[in-house]
Design a protein around this ligand. Structure first.
Ligand code: FES
Length: 170
């Protein structure tokens, strides 16, 4: 991205005086660019005395980071026991079918990804679906279609798909 080096420098400078500033700097860079651009590594290494390997280990440790330049459209579905019992696995199955089991998919210019996540502590309200940072509760298959259409995703299943929902989740 044009001008990204300047933006990275400004972000890193903001956190450089804090000994624990590496993670906040990474988070801010990630939030700004949707990923950690290649040119950020030497700047981060120099300012925080961290090797590239150490930075990569942090990125791998936290789920929120990705080295893929994806947009902010991330669909997360709770895979915890209670949500599963309430039908979240049907939602996941549907998402996988919709997006042809690929983790990332393109819809127009946007990139979406579908991820399963562990229990979010909202079991009584499950199944839980989070699109970007918006949390949706009691998500049925029908409700999921409406949510996706808010994000301009056509909830179309591939032809011949034979998905079945639990009796409470039609
Ligand atoms: S199992 Fe989904 S919120 Fe707890």
């Amino acid at each position: 991205m044009k001008g990204s080096k300047k933006i990275i420098d400004e972000i890193v400078e903001r956190y450089a005086s804090d000994p624990g500033g590496l993670i906040p700097a990474l988070l801010k860079i990630h939030e700004t660019f949707g990923s950690i651009p290649e040119e950020a590594y030497p700047v981060l290494s120099q300012k925080f005395s961290a090797t590239r390997l150490q930075i990569l280990k942090i990125l791998n440790f936290y789920d929120d980071f990705t080295s893929d330049p994806r947009k902010k459209n991330v669909i997360r579905i709770c895979d915890g026991f209670t949500c599963n019992d309430k039908g979240s696995h049907y939602l996941m199955e549907k998402m996988k079918l919709m997006f042809e089991t690929r983790k990332k998919m393109s819809v127009g210019q946007e990139i979406y990804s579908v991820e399963s996540i562990p229990c979010q502590g909202l079991c009584g309200f499950g199944p839980i679906m989070i699109v970007n940072n918006q949390v949706y509760i009691a998500v049925t298959a029908e409700k999921a279609d409406k949510i996706l259409s808010e994000f301009f995703i056509e909830p179309t299943l591939p032809k011949n798909s034979n998905i079945k929902y639990g009796k409470n989740y039609l």
